[in-house]
Write a new protein. Structure first.
Length: 320
């Protein structure tokens, strides 16, 4: 009988029968552990405007952990967001790490069955309320959540982002000190030149929030992967350049707040080139904190779901 072979071929060729598997989810009891990370040759005294403080390599007891695409700091917690719509809260103090809890973005575009419908690549937090805004790259939308992420409050597909592409859209979303929001398009990883950007005059998750177009020019052959705000209002943009096979060159740029205006071409000053100090990993999360009057810069890397790649959380003192 030949029909079993024929049926097997049909199942392989017809997507509705097989479909994409469900995206990995956290089970109760996720526990993140940290081990010290030191680059080959040790840490330099300075990396441009940054002074290394400490770094750890993160791992967990569940395979869903990883793929971290955004980082925020609020209320003494590090909030890590994966590119599959999963949230992990950590507290780090006295050289110890605690896993405080997790969340799954149940509300969002489409059904949330596939990872593509929860391709969350950017995160901005209100420092007072903990409200969160998340950029969905493949859907070209911005959603707003309360601090516990258990439901969505609002969502908008900005018309100006409609043509930002499927896998080249909103990679960076930052809340400026005056309440405006800046969104940066990633563009192609092999693209060179300026990228589209939007300046929102209020909540970007509301349909009627006015916005204005501008552009961002990253360093040559780089693409923006995240952004954060310094205490004086200037914006730091994290940029990456891909070198095959899966090795990354990370560069940090500072954009003066006074230059962020409608129609502008945003050009920044390079303040740090990381070279091998992050193990050539793919840094996609950037955050800024204040500790005892000093400004700290935090980075987290995305292991792209590969078990042999590292998830590095690094902390630097700002000396710019």
């Amino acid at each position: 009988m030949r029909w079993p072979i024929t049926l097997a071929l049909v199942l392989l060729l017809v997507p509705p029968w097989t479909g994409d598997g469900r995206r990995p989810l956290f089970d109760p009891g996720l526990r993140v552990t940290a081990t010290p990370f030191v680059p080959r040759g040790g840490w330099p005294l300075r990396i441009g405007a940054l002074e290394p403080v400490a770094a750890v390599s993160l791992s967990a007891n569940q395979r869903a952990f990883g793929g971290l695409s955004a980082l925020a700091l609020h209320d003494g917690q590090a909030i890590l967001l994966s590119d599959g719509g999963l949230v992990v809260r950590l507290r780090i103090a006295d050289h110890k790490l605690w896993t405080l809890g997790t969340a799954e973005l149940a509300d969002g575009p489409e059904t949330a069955w596939q990872k593509a419908s929860r391709d969350t690549e950017s995160l901005a937090i209100d420092p007072l309320t903990g409200q969160a805004w998340i950029g969905y790259e493949r859907i070209n939308m911005i959603w707003r959540y309360p601090r516990d992420f258990n439901h969505a409050d609002a969502a908008s597909p900005p018309l100006a982002m409609r043509d930002w592409g499927v896998n080249s859209s909103i990679e960076s979303l930052v809340r400026l000190n005056d309440g405006r929001f800046l969104a940066l398009r990633e563009g192609g990883l092999w693209q060179n030149g300026a990228r589209a950007a939007l300046l929102f005059y209020g909540d970007p998750a509301l349909y009627d929030t006015p916005n204005a177009a501008l552009r961002y020019l990253p360093p040559p052959h780089h693409s923006p992967s995240d952004a954060a705000v310094l205490p004086n209002g200037d914006v730091l943009v994290l940029n990456r350049r891909v070198h095959l096979p899966m090795r990354f060159e990370m560069t940090l740029v500072r954009i003066p707040i006074r230059s962020i205006r409608p129609g502008a071409l945003l050009r920044g000053q390079v303040v740090a080139r990381f070279g091998d100090t992050l193990g050539r990993e793919n840094a996609e999360g950037l955050a800024v904190s204040q500790e005892r009057g000093q400004t700290m810069i935090w980075l987290v890397t995305d292991n792209d779901g590969a078990f042999w790649r590292r998830t590095i959380l690094a902390k630097f003192r700002w000396r710019g």
